[in-house]
Design a protein around this ligand. Structure first.
Ligand SMILES: C[S@@+](CC[C@H](N)C(=O)[O-])C[C@H]1O[C@@H](n2cnc3c(N)ncnc32)[C@H](O)[C@@H]1O
Length: 388
């Protein structure tokens, strides 16, 4: 039996939380598939979620995951190893991104050498075997990995997928160029929802586009073609402080942290993996403070310094704030804005979804003055940024 096709919005980011249009699966537990009068079982609903994630993976250029997830949906309906792995999770909310939790666990198996047969199909582990149309050649290996390592993968179902998208740093760097063009001062960089804090080193990335290049040519993070449109005014950016916070910060220099960050990147997305590995290399060289704290606490301790820009930055995290946190962050931003002077300046840079649209604008507000600009837009994984 083919899994039910669910065609509504996609969980794009591999982040485990809400993303626009992805808050619930069609139907939900006990719901009804469109156009029928038959109640959907939890198994059918979950198979639908796997198919929906497959559609998102296909749209975001991961044919391997798109194919594997469709097979997994069928396997779940047929009571195969996928059913054993997902047992007890069939009523998990759609926003928990169960499919990505499972895939992260399987990827971790591959990355730690526990699934050699499947590794042959995973470019992230050096595999180059042809997965076949719809990943039909890779699926038997994944099915065996699920059957052999039920408990390993089930342990990964308990963790939220958490990535740190290095590509989003391309938006931050362009905004920093605009900020420094406004007033040539050193920058104190502050990030909320920073995950592993990799983008606290974004000024050290190399980014280029038609007629423009920023950064050190030998940077371990290379984003050729990362900027399109009206290029930002490239400037030398002098970052004098790097600090961030996250509810669940990841240490990118620990073995477990590196495994987590890598496992949630889709294995056939070589450029994303290269960027991640390059950013981890930079993190080993360039320290940044990363605290376990809510966003409001990071904003509250940011302060302003004379002779500096204090730049508050965040990407694809605002949607995870509860109402209380969102209000507290807004109040903290307002307090910093009110305190800003020509000597102690403040800027707010964001790359966040606009509710109800597929738009991810790069927005900048600077104080004193409160000049607000939409600098451009970017896709969920950050590049290319199209500057306006
Ligand atoms: C989708 S990830 C984005 C991470 C990073 N900003 C990036 O673009 O790669 C969202 C992050 O927000 C963090 N987060 C969620 N709620 C938070 C809160 N109230 N305070 C601080 N961080 C939070 C999560 O732990 C997660 O690391």
């Amino acid at each position: 039996m083919r899994a039910q096709q669910v065609t509504s919005g996609a969980n794009a980011g591999g982040t485990g939380g809400r993303s626009p249009g992805a808050s619930t699966a069609a139907g939900g537990p006990g719901g009804r598939p469109p156009g029928t009068g038959t109640a959907q079982t939890p198994t059918e609903r979950t198979a639908g979620l796997l198919v929906r994630q497959a559609e998102a993976c296909a749209a975001l250029a991961s044919p391997l995951y798109a194919g594997l997830l469709r097979h997994a949906a069928d396997d779940l309906l047929a009571g195969g190893p996928t059913a054993a792995v997902l047992e007890g999770h069939l009523s998990d909310p759609g926003r928990s991104a169960l499919a990505l939790r499972m895939l992260g666990g399987v990827h971790a198996l591959v990355l730690t050498g526990r699934a050699g047969e499947l590794a042959a199909f995973y470019p992230s582990a050096g595999g180059s075997a042809d997965a076949g149309p719809g990943a039909e050649l890779a699926w038997p290996a994944m099915r065996r990995a699920l059957a052999d390592q039920v408990e390993w993968v089930r342990a990964w179902l308990e963790r939220p997928p958490q990535t740190n998208e290095v590509g989003r740093g391309a938006a931050l760097v362009g905004a920093l160029c605009h900020i420094v063009a406004e007033a040539d001062l050193p920058v104190r960089l502050v990030e909320i929802g920073a995950s592993a804090g990799l983008n606290l080193r974004a000024d050290l990335f190399r980014i280029s586009g038609p007629g423009v290049a920023y950064g050190d040519e030998s940077s371990p993070v290379q984003m050729a073609g990362g900027w399109l449109g009206q290029a930002p005014p490239v400037r030398w950016i002098d970052v004098v402080a790097r600090t961030g916070g996250d509810l669940t910060p990841i240490d990118p220099l620990s073995a477990d942290g590196e495994l987590r960050l890598t496992a949630y990147v889709w294995p056939d997305q070589a450029e994303r993996l290269r960027r991640l590995r390059g950013a981890i290399e930079l993190a080993a060289r360039i320290p940044a403070e990363l605290r376990a704290e809510p966003a409001s606490a990071t904003v509250a301790r940011a302060g302003l310094e004379p002779g500096c820009w204090t730049v508050l930055w965040h990407s694809i995290m605002h949607q995870y704030l509860d109402a209380e946190q969102a209000v507290a962050v807004d109040a903290g931003v307002a307090a910093l804005a009110a305190a800003a002077t020509a000597k102690a300046r403040f800027a707010h840079v964001s790359l966040e979804f606009i509710k109800g649209t597929a738009d991810t604008p790069v927005e900048l507000v600077t104080w004193p003055g409160g000049a607000s600009r939409r600098l451009g837009t970017a896709p969920p994984h950050g590049i290319p940024v199209t500057w306006s």
